[in-house]
Design a protein around this ligand. Sequence first.
Ligand code: ZN
Length: 240
Amino acid sequence: MREDLSLLIELQECDTRLVSLLASKKNLPEKMAKLEQDFLAFRENIEQNKRKYEEIKTAHAAKEKEIKKINEGIVKAKERLLEVKNNKEYQAMLKEIETAEASLGDVETQVISLLEEMDKLAVLVKKDEEVLNQHKRQYEEEKNKIQADIASIDTDFTGWEQKRSALTNKVDSLLLAKYEKLKKRGNGIGVISVWKAVCNGCHMNIPPQLYNELQRSAELLSCPNCNRIIYFENKENPSH
Ligand SMILES: [Zn+2]
């Protein structure tokens, strides 16, 4: 292959890499944000049982407090019962104690049902936590990978830019200008391979005579359809 053509092919690789690195630089932070958003949504959803458990725990604590208060009331009422002067007052005190004891029974029943619900939820919460932990590990792995990719972009970019600059110094300026023009019109691709008589730029067939010429001639040839500079590349056996 003629040297200027192989320089162009290398140059094309640099340009393609640079475009792809720029795209990654834009896409990776977006991908990262999406990943975080998805994880937070997943956690929000899976922690429903945990939040419910916490609510019931708070309700349970309030009921225990209520029980303590009712008990204290009963103790005081029983103490006062000893100091009561007349029967009417005595009957009223007894009634008060009776009512307090009945409501104590109600609250205690409520406490039992709250504790039962907490037991059931505790089993679910434990399972949810295992699922969440597994999910979190995957999320962190992906996050680290994206972060590493983001960190390497700038270094890679500089490397390809330097390689590109060295190549442009070697390529004939007229040919370079032609390549740049074709690249601009050709969606970032100015030089492209042909295999099995198909241009890999526009995916159209190359006429048989031109395809023959491409494999033998040292001329710089162009795709009759997309105008890009073409070269023959054996995709099945790249050394030929
Ligand atoms: Zn073409």
